[in-house]
Design a protein around this ligand. Sequence first.
Ligand code: SF4
Ligand code: SF4
Length: 452
Amino acid sequence: MKQSQYNISVEQNGEVFIYNGVSGALARVPKDVYADIQKRSADGGENLEAPVEILERLALGRMIVPDSADELAFLERRYNISRGDKSRLSLTIVTSLGCNFDCPYCFEAKHPSIMDADVQQLVLQVLKDKAQELKTFHVTWFGGEPLVGKKPLLTLSDEFMKCCESADIAYSASILTNGYLLDEETCSQLQARRVTSVQVGLDGPPDVHNKLRPLAGGKGSFWKIVKNLHTAISFFDVSVRINVDKGTFRRIEDLLRLLADEGLAGKVSVYPGQIVGDNVNTSAPSATYEGHCFTNPEFAVAERTFFRMAEEYGFATPSLPRPTGAPCTAVRATELVVGSKGELYKCWNSVGNRLEEIGNIRDYQNTNGRLRKWLKYTPFTNDECRSCIALPVCMGGCAHHAMSSNNYENRCGTFRHTYQEQVSAYVQSATSHSGSGFLIPPGELSRRIDTR
Ligand code: SF4
Ligand code: SF4
């Protein structure tokens, strides 16, 4: 046996904690046993004295693997299986390209357009066509602002639920919303349509947020969103995405304090989002975001500061990344982004961009040549990815950025730059939990796919 090349270890209070990206597991091992394993793996694992149950645990968590194991080949196989998996369908559906906000950094061309009944029927037909081979179906409601298109969202949800029930398909949904229309009635309607997780955007304390995420027409939106968060937490897992650049980051603590004063710490999760150069609509007359975008390594460091601060205000420390098969809809063969007029895309960032359409829902199996670049994308031809410790949890990151000459570096997840700090921070927050063995058990993905 040898140690996995994707182990990250942290020593604390006489114990060693080993995280493995391929399984996503985090194991705790006595320090002397770990030292023995390290020493012996140098001589091919001869005469290991470590207790069998610890070795078994490390093998289950993929922290030790057979000498002959080719972990890179395994990850490549897992990537290819995941991206072509026909038993799961995931659609991102834009019910309204129009939006009630006018954010200066928004990348979308937001023509008002609500998904009509014809397009809804065609979307439903995609599910019906594939139903026989499906085990799971997930919808991400997306916009513009998806709740501006609440009517089609509810109608389609009802149809999806009916179809999935009769075909024995597990249905689930999530929504990305600006939060302004997320009142109690809407929460209850969404919950009844199996929406379980909601992502809402807040970009700073009221003065910053209202400048960056104003209502169309310019009025502030901050307090209405906070009021809606109080309601939403009784219905869903709520995460608050806080887009940051170097200027707004200086005001993050004000926002975290305010949310904690509102009693939302521990009830919503918070995380920073990187504003990236080509996402910014520089032609917008109100492009008022201050400061400059973080580079990817700078953002990774800022993210650590963010989570340290958030923890001080009572927000939960995020868990460690789970293993990823294929990173997003853009590179998974069976997944689509459906625009409000039935136009099809592969990437969330393409919505509203005619030059990125890959076809139309009216003839969804007959896509154009633009699909090819997404399905050709692989981290396994890239030397940086092949030697990257974050590969099992990242799998090539954001293909959209990887294909852009300006934003190539922004394709990476933050784990690449701060993996040691991330594991340390998690271990620190989790070691108060008693017991031995796994602090995080191996992920479903790692168990599901054969590793021979
Ligand atoms: S973090 Fe960057 S280099 Fe590493 S696998 Fe992801 S995209 Fe590739
Ligand atoms: S390619 Fe990047 S922007 Fe597009 S959906 Fe994937 S992660 Fe998102």
